[in-house]
Each structure stands twice: as C-alpha cells, then as structure tokens.
Design a protein around this ligand. Structure first.
Ligand SMILES: [Zn+2]
Length: 68
C-alpha cells in the first residue's frame, strides 16, 4: 500500500473559508506575483473565490470570498 496522502501539497479544504476542494482540480490560480525585498509576493485565487497573499509560498493574508 502506498500512502498517497503523505506527499501531497494540495489542500483538501480551502484554508480561508473551509470549502472542500476537488481532488484533481487545479485549485489555486496565480493572479499576479511581484518581487519584493522579502522575496516573492504572490496573489492566488482559489476555486471558491477566496484570495490569498503569499510571501515565499507562505500565506500571509487571506481574503474570504464575498458571501451573498
Ligand atoms: Zn475559500
């Protein structure tokens, strides 16, 4: 048996709103990235509409999708 869950970097839940994420979908879409003094700043949108801001791959800010 191969433990498939040990190597995955994909989340099975949106870290922002907790929405479950589809397993094989490409959940995060890179919107833009900038080089800053700390490294790489990236804006990513999730499949559920949340936005996260990452610095060097670490989430520094998250913006939940607007709920209607
Ligand atoms: Zn979300």
């Amino acid at each position: 048996m191969t433990p498939t869950s040990a190597v995955t970097l994909t989340v099975d839940r949106c870290p922002v709103c907790g929405e479950p994420t589809p397993a094989e979908a490409r959940w995060w879409t890179l919107k833009s990235h900038h080089r800053i003094s700390e490294g790489e700043l990236e804006y990513c949108a999730s499949g559920c509409g949340c936005l996260v801001v990452l610095v060097n791959g670490e989430i520094v800010k998250s913006i939940p999708a607007a709920r209607r």
